[in-house]
Design a protein around this ligand. Structure first.
Ligand SMILES: Nc1ncnc2c1ncn2[C@@H]1O[C@H](COP(=O)(O)OP(=O)(O)OC[C@H]2O[C@@H]([n+]3cccc(C(=O)O)c3)[C@H](O)[C@@H]2O)[C@@H](O)[C@H]1O
Ligand SMILES: Nc1ncnc2c1ncn2[C@@H]1O[C@H](COP(=O)(O)OP(=O)(O)OP(=O)(O)O)[C@@H](O)[C@H]1O
Ligand SMILES: [Mg+2]
Length: 246
């Protein structure tokens, strides 16, 4: 595991050198992926790394876990609460849509959720510009393959160091790096609405996604969910589409 950590830390340091930035930052959610990235950026840039907690009508336990992660990693951190901003922007958008007779209530929960992820992205880039840092993302191989992230939200980052690690490998790395147990053991959740868990929403499990990625056998039903997610989200892994030259 030390070798894997060394490879990722060196890669992060190389990216800093190549781009000439002064440091690295990450959003710390209280979940395991950002906990691992927090530790990696602190190792890569001990004096120029930053974690940002961004509750947005979130469960207060998540902020408590995020604070534990940051304190244990001894990383500089700050909290920016996005609840009020989210309320204002969402209600302004909704008012205009309702007035124009264009509001679609069936999509309300998802657009509310994705706005949270995109406000976090905007916040991270605002601080990144201020500090001349890069924004480090937390997507692991399972999330990257299935496209289980918000396009230009938590997917809108400069670097994605965990993109080749399965969720199981992220968990092993978290234990190795000393991430608090309560974070290692909790259910993965995007925290975008009350009671959301990744596995419930996806309709399959990280265990099956990890197995699939390692070329192991999994039930046909899960295989088709995973392949369908991958197919439908191809656009999230590409840069913006442009028309052919004319
Ligand atoms: N074929 C295509 N080519 C180009 N663009 C295409 C497209 N199909 C949709 N789009 C665009 O993409 C948008 C849909 O993508 P997107 O906005 O990402 O939205 P969508 O994939 O519908 O939702 C994001 C999913 O990621 C989950 N999530 C989000 C954030 C964090 C985490 C987590 O694990 O922490 C999970 C969230 O719970 C939800 O299930 C459409 O509104 C459209 O603008
Ligand atoms: N409340 C939050 N504060 C700061 N950053 C957040 C918050 N919620 C989400 N994020 C950012 O969005 C990323 C995507 O969330 P995601 O849930 O996939 O990762 P995680 O919470 O670290 O791990 P897990 O998938 O196990 O819950 C987080 O890793 C973090 O960088
Ligand atoms: Mg989470």
């Amino acid at each position: 595991m030390q070798k894997k950590v060394d490879v990722l830390v060196k890669w992060l340091q190389d990216q800093m050198k190549e781009t000439g930035v002064k440091g690295l930052l990450v959003g710390i959610s209280g979940g395991i992926d950002s906990a691992v990235v927090t530790n990696l950026i602190k190792l890569a840039a001990p004096d120029s790394s930053l974690g940002i907690m961004m509750p947005c009508k979130s469960n207060p336990t998540d902020l408590a876990h995020a604070t534990e992660v940051a304190e244990k990693a001894r990383i500089d951190h700050l909290t920016i609460d996005l609840s009020r901003t989210h309320d204002v922007l969402l209600s302004d958008i909704k008012t205009e849509l309702v007035t124009a007779g264009l509001h679609n209530p069936d999509q309300e929960k998802l657009s509310d959720a994705n706005l949270r992820a995109r406000l976090r992205m905007s916040t991270l880039y605002t601080v990144a510009t201020n500090h001349q840092y890069l924004v480090v993302g937390t997507d692991n191989a399972a999330e990257w393959f299935t496209g289980y992230f918000t396009k230009f939200g938590d997917g809108g980052v400069d670097l994605a160091p965990l993109a080749h690690l399965t969720k199981g490998e992220v968990r092993e790395m978290a234990k190795y790096l000393g991430v608090p147990n309560v974070v290692v053991e909790k259910q993965p959740s995007a925290g975008l609405w009350e009671g959301q868990t990744d596995e419930n929403e996806m309709g399959t499990t990280y265990e099956y996604i990890d197995k699939y990625l390692k070329g192991e056998e999994i039930p046909e039903k899960d295989k088709s969910i995973i392949e369908e997610m991958n197919r439908k989200t191809a656009h999230k892994r590409e840069i913006v589409k442009i028309p052919p030259k004319f």
